[in-house]
Design a protein around this ligand. Structure first.
Ligand code: ADP
Ligand code: MG
Length: 260
């Protein structure tokens, strides 16, 4: 589904992603973990087509197509979705208008015969999905993300995912800013929303989220590269020792190279 080969990304003069390869197959859940500043959000934004990030090398294929040639709207239509680490507030645009515009635009572009959904019907659909993610119906009339708590913003992101039904959803630290109950609700919602062929690429810091969502693969990103991949045993080591576990293992393999 997603095939990243030797990706290198810069912002301004700074090289951030330094040769990253990753293969995500349909239905798989991949988790990316790594210290702050290792380039996880840069990778996520680059995949979605953020203009701030410049791909200087490498290839990205999404369902066989050259992803890097598409603009962000085309990527969304093709089935890519990004839940932001820091969702933006959009004053003056209420949540229901925002989501209906996105829903109608994406579906219209995906299917010629699609007729834009009238507000009444859309509200019904929206309420179902809001129940799924545990967001009160009242939120639909509030300005998008404005004054939402951290957890409510993250729920609104998953709500958007539930509506847009992407083939691959990138979740950038959806767990941060959530209390334990909200985390359980959101992970339950992601599981509920996730179709069997849908893939997830989730960036996370915490083993808690891995316990709920049980990724097939866990990757450790440091200094712009995936330096280690494994299964759930890797998460257990990290929980115990932190990223020193990874540094120690890498040092054992290659004593001359020190990764910060
Ligand atoms: P992570 O999500 O893993 O914490 P980020 O991708 O947010 O890491 O950032 C990686 C590094 O790139 C950080 O040092 C950050 O300051 C830097 N960076 C991110 N975006 C930009 C930018 N637009 N211009 C310059 N540096 C940036
Ligand atoms: Mg980040």
């Amino acid at each position: 589904m997603l095939d990243i080969q030797n990706l290198q990304v810069s912002a301004g003069d700074k090289e951030i992603v330094k040769g990253l390869s990753l293969l995500v197959k349909p239905g798989e859940i991949h988790a990316i973990m790594g210290p702050n500043g290792s380039g996880k959000s840069t990778l996520s934004s680059t995949l979605m087509g953020h203009p701030k990030y410049k791909v200087t090398h490498g290839k990205v294929r999404f369902e066989g197509k050259d992803l890097l040639k598409m603009n962000p709207a085309e990527r969304a239509v093709a089935g890519l979705f990004l839940a932001f680490q820091y969702p933006k507030e959009i004053p003056g645009v209420n949540l229901v208008s925002f989501l209906r515009a996105a829903y109608n635009a994406v579906n219209k572009a995906r299917k010629k015969s699609f007729k834009p959904m009238p507000l009444y019907n859309f509200k019904k659909l929206l309420k179902e999905k809001m129940d799924l993610v545990g967001l009160g119906h009242g939120f639909m009339n509030r300005a998008t993300n404005e004054g939402f708590s951290g957890g409510e913003k993250k729920k609104a992101e998953i709500l958007q995912m539930a509506l847009l039904e992407p083939k691959l959803a990138i979740l950038d630290e959806t767990d941060s800013g959530l209390d334990i109950d909200a985390l359980r609700t959101i992970c339950g919602a992601i599981k509920e929303v996730k179709k069997s062929k849908q893939s997830l690429l989730m960036v996370t810091h915490y083993e808690r989220m891995l316990k709920y969502l049980k990724p097939d693969h866990i990757h450790i990103m440091m200094d712009g590269k995936i330096v280690m991949s494994g299964g759930k045993e890797l998460a257990a080591h990290l929980e115990k020792e932190g990223y020193d576990y990874v540094r120690r293992k890498l040092a054992e393999k290659n004593p001359l190279k020190v990764i910060k």
